[in-house]
Design a protein around this ligand. Structure first.
Ligand code: NAG
Ligand code: NAG
Ligand code: NAG
Ligand code: NAG
Ligand code: NAG
Ligand code: NAG
Ligand code: NAG
Ligand code: NAG
Length: 250
């Protein structure tokens, strides 16, 4: 597992960047694009601005192209994060629910594999700047920790040092935003994933239920084509609307 871990620097974990090089082809005739409806697996209402890869060109908007793998699994590719399985598309509140492909059903040793870095038109935040989903931090400690904030991941995950020196490490998750003092001495945050429940500080549970939540997936906000600030298109931007997004430390 260690090699998949993202090395985190400092306290601030960047979860979501908005916006890099958006395609220039965003000005397709909207009138035509709204008329198509496609289907993939259980998701029957794939319509504007979404489209499937092999849909006619006039359907949807190229920025929102999804693919249908094996005619069953709807997949959204979110570089630089990776591919996610789409579980639901909600047009009313403009969200999609996605699952990390690393998570396997009934195998609590399976881990999310994508770092949740996101770019427009997708965001981990809603339009008021609130996280739509709850972060889950994977933490590795050199000593056992007895804390109400930490959920022991054993026996699902045991991050043993893979060197010849068999140094045992202890693996935990912490649900919710990381605050100063939440990381015990000898512990480091190794990875972050997103889930859809709102556990608050102090909540404790079994890792299996967190794995179930990972299996259910998390929500991403989707900005419609006319909502993406023009300043963000085709370039990095430090404009607040395009480039806010770190998990708050406090
Ligand atoms: C499908 O989505 C469109 C909007 O994109 C909506 O007007 C329509 O009611 C939806 N149909 C179903 C069956 O949900
Ligand atoms: C995909 O599924 C649809 C509906 O079940 C079916 O009509 C179509 O032939 C399938 N396509 C492929 C490539 O399997
Ligand atoms: C969006 O709508 C879906 C379906 O109604 C719902 O399950 C989900 O909680 C909603 N998300 C938000 C952020 O309102
Ligand atoms: C469960 O997931 C782990 C980690 O991805 C993997 O090594 C193991 O082979 C999986 N077990 C089964 C039964 O698929
Ligand atoms: C964003 O989420 C917050 C907290 O759940 C909520 O109060 C707010 O109304 C949401 N804003 C939008 C635009 O959905
Ligand atoms: C952890 O701490 C609680 C309360 O401080 C205590 O009741 C419990 O026995 C401790 N568990 C272990 C394994 O040390
Ligand atoms: C981790 O190390 C402990 C003690 O050295 C060992 O019992 C356990 O099987 C190891 N776990 C894994 C997943 O290698
Ligand atoms: C989710 O958060 C709301 C508002 O903070 C709270 O009322 C509700 O009980 C929470 N739900 C769970 C399952 O923790």
């Amino acid at each position: 597992m260690g090699s998949r871990f993202l090395a985190l620097s400092g306290w601030v974990l960047i979860v979501a960047f908005l916006v890099v090089g958006l395609s220039g082809e965003t000005c397709n005739a909207k009138d035509d694009g709204t008329k198509c409806t496609s289907s993939c697996g259980n998701i029957h209402n794939i319509s504007y601005p979404f489209r499937l890869k092999h849909d006619p060109k006039h359907c949807g908007n190229v920025m929102y192209t999804l693919s249908c793998e094996n005619n069953i699994t709807l997949v959204v590719d979110l570089p630089p994060s990776g591919k996610y399985y789409v579980q639901a598309i909600n047009y009313d509140n403009q969200t999609i629910r996605v699952v990390d492909p690393g998570i396997q059903k009934n195998n609590c040793s399976s881990m999310p594999q994508n770092p949740p870095f996101l770019i427009a038109p997708y965001s981990a935040y809603n339009r008021s700047g609130y996280l739509l989903s709850t972060p889950v931090f994977y933490i590795k400690c050199s000593n056992p920790v007895n804390s109400s904030l930490y959920v022991d991941t054993a026996p699902c995950l045991n991050i043993n040092a893979s060197s010849l020196v068999q140094q045992k490490t202890y693996s935990y998750v912490k649900v919710g935003v990381m605050e100063v003092g939440d990381l015990n001495e000898g512990c480091s945050a190794e990875w972050v994933a997103l889930v859809l429940f709102n556990y608050s500080k102090g909540y404790n549970t079994f890792y299996e239920s967190i794995h179930s939540a990972l299996m259910y997936g998390f929500e991403l906000g989707v900005y419609w084509p006319d909502e993406i600030p023009p300043i963000c298109q085709g370039q990095w931007s430090s404009n607040l609307k395009c480039f806010p997004h770190t998990i708050p430390v406090h």
